[in-house]
Design a protein around this ligand. Structure first.
Ligand SMILES: *[C@@H]1O[C@H](CO)[C@@H](O)[C@H](O)[C@H]1NC(C)=O
Ligand SMILES: *[C@@H]1O[C@H](CO)[C@@H](O)[C@H](O)[C@H]1NC(C)=O
Length: 539
């Protein structure tokens, strides 16, 4: 008890300038190895407080989250937050470019505020291939009391962390990549850490339930179905959507969706089926939707996924729209809800590419293959340590030239409103994530993007989200308000590609150097590399 009070007191001054009247939620997490059997064979899992998947974070808009992470692995470790906006605060992002890894037996305290944010997200371990061993968990941010939500409170709220899975140890997967090879096809799909029929979700007939579904897998998009039941889509990464019904929903790597499912069928058990999407071989797994008054097991086979290729998915993606009349915190660039009426000042086209460097398989963005420097770039920037990275080391357009290894950082101005086109020239589906931001998905189509493509943009009711899919041989366009100063990771959510270089950092810069624009370095920041031994901030 005493310890907690002292800790609270010591961090209070750090938080005093943020909304100190908003509630604090304290978490202490112990990260360890432990045995898990997700596909029936024993594996070394990464557990948080003994759990796989890790504990769920439940918060309310504007809550402060103080998360003390103790690393009991044998190697450095970091946790990152898929979708938490962390305004003015890339110091807490938990990726290699912003934070020193937590050393073995060490600990580090994340100080986050879920400011003006609602929705469904997840956290995950960001270093090496740790994500292949667990260490991830759900995050839900509820609206504040009295803020209306555009649907009745559900009778239950379930989290489904779905993803592909390997029986191999994460060290072996990492070694495969380090040796220049690509990963094999995954061995299975998991829902909440379990395989075939490993989970049962119990419902009462006639009631409606919310399912928050995130793809926490490494390399494949998935599709999900509830046998005999519609999924009414209500939320996508913080945006309340137009409430359409779907019977099969694509969810690519790193994406999160909330659906409402009404138990309106004869009382029995039904399959919740999920399968890999855009893969030659299709993996499937199931869970059970169990009516409390069930008369028996599911009838028939689990419902199959879509067999058509990208047109079906493009149509579905375009049908996902923002509910303009629903309340809730929403992005608000330059004081306007009319994201489509604001002129963009810069167009950035990002193309994934692959190639061989030094005899090994690598991936890149606009031919720059990210290679982590000896010091996190955010620290090098803060302490003005030269030679760690150079801004402008990645071009705004694809060069289609030879790939090179570098600590890629792109410069950007605070408050610019930019258009980003993600271009995919490959046959595999891609998924891209931008830390610290959400962006409007204004367009998506097959083939190659051109300025003409802008005529088809949705400038009215596109959803704002943090992770977007790019279908095979297709493009996706987003509008991004650069309202968050910091060093922000833009990455492939395909974890092998991310690890082998398909990522970079966007340095969103304000010359003002004011706490209003960006928080100063936390006094508890871990220092490493060429920043070792520097001072953080005085108390
Ligand atoms: C590590 O944990 C201890 C208490 O468990 C806490 O007092 C200390 O501030 C933590 N260190 C960091 C860097 O967060
Ligand atoms: C949008 O939200 C409003 C307000 O809560 C709700 O009444 C309406 O049904 C929603 N519209 C659609 C199309 O989902």
């Amino acid at each position: 008890m005493m310890k907690k009070i002292i800790f609270f007191a010591s961090c209070f001054c750090l938080l005093a300038f943020s909304a100190a009247d908003d509630p604090y939620r304290f978490f202490t997490w112990y990260v360890t190895y432990g045995d898990i059997w997700p596909l029936g064979v024993k594996q070394q899992g990464i557990l948080i407080n003994g759990q796989f998947p890790g504990p769920q974070i439940q918060a309310v808009t504007n809550d402060n989250l103080i998360i003390n992470v103790h690393n009991y692995l044998r190697e450095p470790f970091l946790i990152s937050w898929n979708g938490l906006l962390q305004r003015r605060n890339s110091w807490q992002d938990g990726v290699y470019g912003t934070n020193c890894p937590i050393p073995p037996k060490g600990n580090s305290t994340y100080i986050l505020q879920v400011k003006d944010q609602i929705g469904s997200y997840f956290y995950f371990p960001s270093l090496a291939l740790h994500k292949a061993a667990g260490g991830f968990g759900g995050i839900r941010i509820l609206s504040r009391p009295r803020i209306p939500v555009p649907f009745d409170p559900p009778a239950g709220d379930f989290t489904l962390l779905v993803g592909d899975w390997y029986k191999a140890n994460h060290y072996d997967l990492k070694r495969t990549l380090d040796n220049g090879y690509t990963l094999p096809f995954p061995d299975g799909l998991l829902i909440n850490g379990r395989g075939w029929n490993g989970n049962t979700f119990t419902v009462d007939q006639g009631k409606t339930y919310r399912f928050r579904i995130s793809n926490v897998g490494l390399t494949t998009c998935i599709n999900i179905r509830f046998q005999g039941h519609a999924m009414k889509l209500v939320e996508v990464e913080g945006s309340h959507t137009v409430q359409n019904n779907y019977y099969a929903l694509d969810i690519c790597m790193g994406q999160s969706y909330s659906v409402l499912v009404t138990a309106n069928q004869p009382p029995r058990d039904y399959y919740i089926a999920t399968s890999t999407r855009f893969t030659a071989q299709v993996l499937t797994t199931t869970a059970i939707l169990h009516y409390r008054n069930s008369l028996g097991r599911p009838i028939g086979a689990p419902p199959g996924g879509p067999t058509t290729q990208i047109d079906w998915s493009l149509n579905q993606a375009r049908s996902i729209r923002w509910n303009l009349t629903a309340s809730g915190p929403r992005p608000n660039p330059q004081g306007s809800y009319h994201y489509g009426l604001i002129n963009t000042v810069r167009t950035i086209r990002l193309a994934n590419s692959w190639g061989i460097i030094n005899g090994k398989q690598r991936f890149a963005v606009n031919s720059a293959s990210f290679s982590p420097p000896d010091t996190p770039m955010k620290l090098a920037d803060y302490y003005k340590i030269g030679g760690v990275f150079s801004v402008g080391s990645i071009p705004d357009y694809p060069t289609f030239g030879g790939m090179c290894l570098q600590a890629s950082v792109m410069a950007a101005n605070f408050r610019d409103y930019v258009e980003i086109i993600f271009e995919n020239y490959e046959n595999a589906a891609q998924s891209w994530h931008i830390d610290g931001y959400s962006f409007w998905v204004v367009g998506m189509d097959g083939g190659q993007w051109s300025p003409e493509s802008r005529k088809g943009y949705n400038l009215r009711d596109a959803v704002s989200r943090c992770t977007v899919q790019v279908y095979p041989r297709s493009w996706t366009a987003v509008y991004l308000p650069l309202d968050n100063v910091g060093m922000w990771n833009i990455r492939s959510e395909d974890w092998a590609r991310q690890y082998l270089g398909q990522q970079f950092y966007l340095r969103v810069f304000s010359p003002a150097n004011s706490w209003r624009d960006e928080y100063p370095i936390p006094k508890n920041a871990l220092l490493c590399g060429r920043a070792s031994g520097r001072k953080t901030r005085p108390l």
